[in-house]
Design a protein around this ligand. Structure first.
Ligand SMILES: Nc1ncnc2c1ncn2[C@@H]1O[C@H](COP(=O)(O)OP(=O)(O)OP(=O)(O)O)[C@@H](O)[C@H]1O
Ligand SMILES: [Mg+2]
Length: 578
C-alpha cells in the first residue's frame, strides 16, 4: 500500500530535518518517550513548532449577529513536515490560516492558545510567510535586507530560484504567479510558511510540482501549512499531516496516510478505485445533499442499488458521525498529547521584530519598484499625459489669446475654473491602478515588508516625475495659447499650482482607495467629494456669497479649488484687469 511507504518516508525525513538542531539537557533526565523530549531545552534551533489548542473564531456579521467560523480546533505543525488543510468551500481553511498567522479580519474574534516554540508570540517578518489565495504581484522587485552585500543578495535570489525550480523562467516574463509569490516569501528565509490554496487554478502537473516544491521546503527543516483544494492522488501522497475541516469543525487531524483507516473505522471506507482525497471530501461536503435533492427532483438521478454508505444517510449525518468518531478516536487523543508535549518545550524565540530592511532602504526600493511599474503601465500615466495635452490644446484653442480687456475677466475666470476643476478632475482616472497597488501593499504590509509611511512616501516620490511632466507640458501649452500673464515666473507659478492641485487629487484618491473595497465605488466617491469642493471654490458662487455656515467655513477653505482660484485672482489682479 502506498501509504505505508509514505509514512515511513515522512518520519525519516522529519528526523533528518531535526538533525540540524543542537539539543542540550537542562532538566533532570526522565524516563522514556514523551518525558525525555520535554526535559530538553533547544538552543540555537531555528525551526518553528506551532501548536494551537481549542482554537475558536467567532465573526460578527453586518446585521450584528455572531457566527462561529471555527470551533475548538486543536493541532500542531512541526518542522520538516508538510501539513495539508482540506475541506469543502467555506469550511474555514483560510480563516484557520489567518488565525494561525495572526492576520484575522477586524470583525473576527479569536480565542485560543497558539504557541510558537512553546511561547506566545506574534508572528512577524522573517519568522512566518503567508501566500494568500489571490496573491497580487507587481513582479519587479522585493525588499531584501540592506545589510546584505549585493553579491550575497544575488546568491540568495539565485539559490531561491533553484530551490523553487524557477531556473527556466528566471529571465523571462513570469507565467506562474503562484510560484513567484511563494519564491518571494521564501527569500525571507521563513521558518514557517502558510499558503492558502497554492495549487488552485493550476493543471495537475503544475499542482504536483508546486506541492512537491513545498514538501521539499518542509524537508529542509521548515514548517509548511497549506490549504489544498481537491488534490489529485499523486498530490495527496505528498502530504505528511492532514487537517480535514467541515463547517469549522475537525473531521480528522493526523498522519495523512492514516486518514484512510480512520474513515474505514468510522464506517465510510474508501471504495476501490476512488481517489482517497475525493472520497474524504465527498463524505464531508454537505453541498452533495443539495445536489442530490435537485437531481432527484428533476428525475435526472436514477438510484441504483449500491453498497456505498453515503447513499443511505445524508452528508450532514455523515459529517456528524465522523466528527464524533474523531473526537473519541485515538487520533484525537494522540494529537492532544502531542500538542501538550510540543508546547512544553520552550524553544528559540524566532521573532525578529518587523522588516529587516531600514526605512530608507524600504522607501528607496518601493519608489524604484513603483516607478518601474508606473512607467511600464501605459494606462497609469502615459495615457493621462496624452489626454491632458489634447484637453489643454482644446482649452487653448477656445480661449486663444484671451486678451486683457474688461470682457476677458469672465473668460479668464472660467478658463481657470475649468483648468483647476475639470482638468485636475481627470486624475481620478488613475484610481484603478491605485486599487491594484493597494492590494499589493496590504499583502506586503501584513507580511511585514514595510509600513504605511514608507508606502506613502514612495508612492508620492515615484509619481512625482510623471506628474511634473504632465503638468509642465499641459500647463505650458495652456499658458501660452491662452496668453495668460506673460513672463516665465508666472508660467512656472501656474504649472506649480496645477501640479499641487493634481497631487491633492492623487492623494485624495489614494486615501479613498484605502477605505473603499473596489474601484467603481472609489471613483464615484472621489468624484462626489471633488464635485462638492468645486461647488464651494468661489467660481460658481462668489466666495462672499457662499452661505457662511458649513459651505464657506470650513468647506471652501478645505477645497483646493478655492485656493487655486485665489491664486489665480491674485495673478490677474497683478495684471491690473480686475
Ligand atoms: N471576517 C469574516 N466575516 C464574516 N464571515 C466570515 C469572515 N471570515 C470568514 N467568514 C465566513 O466563514 C466561513 C469560512 O470562510 P473561509 O474563507 O475560511 O473558508 P474556506 O474554507 O477558505 O473557503 P474557500 O475554499 O472558498 O476559500 C465562510 O462561510 C465565510 O463566509
Ligand atoms: Mg479560502
Amino acid at each position: 500500500m502506498p501509504y505505508e511507504t509514505e509514512k515511513t518516508k515522512s518520519s525519516a525525513a522529519a528526523a533528518a530535518a531535526g538533525h540540524a538542531m543542537i539539543e542540550i539537557e537542562v532538566g533532570k533526565p526522565s524516563g522514556n518517550g514523551v518525558g525525555e523530549k520535554t526535559s530538553l531545552e533547544i538552543v540555537g534551533d531555528v525551526s518553528a513548532r506551532l501548536t494551537w489548542k481549542d482554537l475558536t473564531v467567532t465573526v460578527t456579521l453586518n446585521n450584528g449577529e455572531t457566527q462561529k467560523v471555527l470551533e475548538v480546533l486543536t493541532g500542531y505543525a512541526e518542522p520538516g513536515t508538510f501539513t495539508a488543510l482540506m475541506g469543502p468551500s467555506g469550511s474555514g481553511k483560510s480563516t484557520l490560516l489567518d488565525a494561525l498567522s495572526s492576520r484575522l479580519a477586524a470583525n473576527a474574534f479569536l480565542s485560543s492558545t497558539i504557541l510558537l516554540n512553546g511561547r506566545k508570540r506574534k508572528l512577524s517578518f522573517g519568522t512566518a510567510a503567508y501566500v494568500t489565495q489571490d496573491d497580487n504581484l507587481i513582479g519587479t522587485l522585493t525588499v531584501l535586507p540592506d545589510k546584505m552585500a549585493w553579491l550575497e543578495k544575488r546568491a540568495l535570489v539565485e539559490s531561491t530560484i533553484i530551490e523553487m525550480g524557477l531556473q527556466d523562467c528566471a529571465d523571462t516574463v513570469i507565467g506562474n504567479w503562484h510560484l513567484v509569490s511563494i519564491a518571494l516569501e521564501i527569500l525571507k528565509r521563513p521558518r514557517l510558511l502558510f499558503l492558502d490554496e497554492p495549487t488552485s487554478g493550476l493543471d495537475s502537473a503544475s499542482a504536483f510540482f508546486v506541492t512537491q516544491t513545498l514538501r521539499a521546503l518542509a524537508r529542509d527543516g521548515r514548517t509548511v501549512i497549506a490549504s489544498i483544494h481537491q488534490p489529485s492522488s499523486e498530490v495527496f501522497e505528498l502530504f505528511d499531516q492532514l487537517y480535514l475541516l467541515s463547517s469549522g469543525k475537525t473531521v480528522y487531524f493526523g498522519q495523512a496516510a492514516d486518514a484512510y483507516e480512520f474513515f474505514a473505522q468510522a464506517g465510510f471506507p474508501c471504495p476501490a478505485l476512488r481517489n482517497p482525497s475525493d472520497h474524504f471530501l465527498r463524505c464531508i461536503n454537505s453541498d452533495f445533499d443539495k445536489v442530490k435533492a435537485t437531481l432527484k427532483g428533476s428525475m435526472k438521478l436514477r438510484f441504483e442499488a449500491s453498497d456505498d454508505p453515503l447513499e443511505k444517510i445524508t452528508t450532514a449525518e455523515a459529517i456528524r458521525v465522523l466528527i464524533d468518531s474523531y473526537r473519541s478516536s485515538q487520533y484525537s487523543y494522540t494529537a492532544r498529547e502531542k500538542v501538550e508535549e510540543i508546547s512544553k518545550v520552550k524553544g528559540t524565540v524566532l521573532d525578529s521584530g518587523g522588516s529587516q530592511a531600514s526605512f530608507f532602504m524600504q522607501a528607496f526600493q518601493l519608489s524604484k519598484r513603483s516607478f518601474i511599474n508606473m512607467s511600464r503601465d501605459f494606462g497609469y500615466y502615459w495615457l493621462r499625459l496624452v489626454i491632458y495635452i489634447v484637453v489643454t490644446v482644446c482649452i487653448g484653442a477656445i480661449y486663444l489669446n484671451v486678451g486683457t480687456g474688461y470682457s476677458s475677466i469672465l473668460a479668464r475666470g472660467s478658463c481657470a475654473s475649468f483648468v483647476f476643476g475639470f482638468v485636475t478632475f481627470m486624475s481620478i482616472g488613475g484610481f484603478p491602478s491605485f486599487v491594484e497597488d493597494m492590494k499589493v501593499f496590504q499583502r506586503e504590509r501584513l507580511n511585514g515588508h514595510y509600513g504605511v509611511t514608507a508606502f506613502v512616501i514612495s508612492n508620492t516620490l515615484s509619481a512625482m516625475p510623471f506628474l511634473i511632466l504632465i503638468t509642465f507640458l499641459a500647463g505650458t501649452v495652456c499658458h501660452f495659447m491662452v496668453r495668460l500673464h506673460p513672463g516665465f515666473e508666472h508660467c512656472l507659478f501656474f504649472v506649480l499650482c496645477l501640479y499641487a492641485s493634481v497631487t491633492v487629487v492623487e492623494s485624495l484618491m489614494m486615501a479613498t482607495a484605502s477605505i473603499v473595497p473596489n474601484f467603481l465605488m472609489g471613483i464615484i466617491i472621489g468624484a462626489g467629494i471633488q464635485g462638492i469642493f468645486m461647488l464651494v471654490s468661489g467660481y460658481f458662487r462668489l466666495p462672499n456669497d457662499i452661505p457662511k455656515p458649513i459651505w464657506r467655513y470650513p468647506m471652501s477653505y478645505i477645497s483646493f479649488h478655492f485656493w487655486a482660484l485665489q491664486m489665480w485672482s491674485s495673478v490677474t489682479k497683478s495684471l491690473g484687469i480686475s
